[in-house]
Design a protein around this ligand. Structure first.
Ligand code: GDP
Length: 139
């Protein structure tokens, strides 16, 4: 299994609900190592840049308003097969469809306010890590 780096965000809903500690505990229990971290409060423009791939979709305005509504904890996680494994630990986008025990099943409030972000592929991980941590090594 390759050692990879992936980007995660503990989103504003989960930060406001004081779930940072619980979520990091689950990351570490799943053998992810935090190699970079920043607590941010995104501007609307920064949220739009991060989610540029969704521009034009019906939920884009609401999503970027939510993501810029409060503090979020952005981290780079490292581990074996980290990109796909983080997606499994997170669960499905819609918590109604997320498997029991996954972060979104436990902490998400709705399909939009779904507690955590995780890169979905190596190319998006590279883009997203560079978006928040320019200059960091990708692997
Ligand atoms: P992810 O990779 O599982 O985060 O899902 P996507 O890349 O498809 O969507 C990005 C984010 O947009 C999700 O994590 C949700 O916060 C939000 N989102 C996705 N689909 C919907 C939707 O149908 N409605 C709303 N309101 N938000 C959505």
């Amino acid at each position: 299994m390759p050692i990879e780096r992936t980007l995660t965000i503990i989103k504003p809903d989960a930060v406001a609900a004081r779930h940072i500690g619980d979520i990091i505990k689950i990351f570490e229990a799943n053998q992810f190592t935090i190699v970079a971290a920043r607590l941010v409060h995104l501007t609307k423009e920064e949220a739009e840049g991060f989610y540029a791939v969704h521009r034009g979709k019906g939920f884009f305005e609401s999503l970027t308003r939510f993501m810029s509504s409060g503090s979020a904890l952005v981290m780079v996680l490292e581990g074996e097969n980290a990109i796909a494994r983080l997606r499994e630990v997170m669960g499905a986008t819609n918590p109604a469809h997320a498997a029991p025990g996954t972060l979104r099943k436990i902490y998400a409030e709705s399909i939009e306010r779904n507690a955590v972000h995780g890169s979905d592929a190596p190319d998006t991980a590279a883009y997203e890590i560079g978006y928040f941590f320019p200059g960091i090594e990708l692997v």
